[in-house]
Ligand binder design. Structure first.
Ligand SMILES: [Zn+2]
Length: 164
C-alpha cells in the first residue's frame, strides 16, 4: 500500500514539473502557441508514469491535454509580434498570422471570436486597430463626403422652403 501511495505522489509531482516547465516556457515572447503545445506533448510522455489509466489507447490522445490547457497563460502568445500586426494596408491576425483589410469577419469565421474576445486574448488596448489604417481612412473620408453632401442638399432645400 505504501508503494502505491508513493507512485501517486510521484505522478502528481511529475505533472507539476511539466506544468512548471510549460508555464515558464510560455512566458517567453518568441514562443508560439504551437510550440507550447508541442513542448507539453513532448514532456508528458517523458514524465508520465506507465499504466496511467487516463491515456486513451484508441486515439493516442494524451491524458495531458486538459492540464496543458489549464497552464496556458491568460494572454496568448501572438503568431507575429504585435508591433508588426498593423501596416498601412493590412492588419494581421495574431492567431494565424494572415493579413486582411479588416479582421472582424475573419475572426468570426476562422476562430469564432468577436473583436472584443480577440483583443482580450492578446491583451490588446480597446483602440488597437482591427481595420487597415488606409482602408478606414478612405472609408471615413467617403462617409464624411457623402454625409456632407446630403446635409448640404437637405439644408438648401429646407432653406428654399423657408424663404417662401
Ligand atoms: Zn486568423
Amino acid at each position: 500500500m505504501a508503494a502505491n501511495k508513493n507512485m501517486d505522489d510521484s505522478k502528481n509531482q511529475n505533472k507539476d514539473a511539466v506544468a512548471t516547465i510549460v508555464a515558464s516556457y510560455a512566458q517567453r515572447s518568441d514562443v508560439t502557441p504551437d510550440q507550447i503545445v508541442a513542448l507539453a506533448a513532448k514532456l508528458l510522455p517523458v514524465f508520465s508514469v506507465p499504466g496511467q489509466e487516463n491515456a486513451d489507447p484508441a486515439t493516442g490522445a494524451h491524458a495531458v491535454a486538459p492540464d496543458a490547457e489549464a497552464t496556458k497563460p491568460k494572454t496568448m502568445v501572438p503568431a507575429i509580434p504585435i508591433d508588426q500586426a498593423v501596416t498601412d494596408d493590412k492588419v494581421y491576425c495574431l492567431i494565424c498570422g494572415k493579413g486582411f483589410t479588416m479582421l472582424k469577419r475573419h475572426l468570426k469565421a476562422e476562430h469564432g471570436l468577436t473583436e472584443d474576445e480577440y483583443r482580450k486574448m492578446f491583451g490588446l488596448p480597446d483602440d488597437f486597430p482591427l481595420v487597415a489604417p488606409n482602408y478606414s481612412k478612405r472609408k471615413a473620408a467617403y462617409a464624411k463626403k457623402a454625409g456632407l453632401g446630403k446635409y448640404r442638399r437637405d439644408t438648401s432645400a429646407k432653406e428654399g422652403l423657408d424663404a417662401r
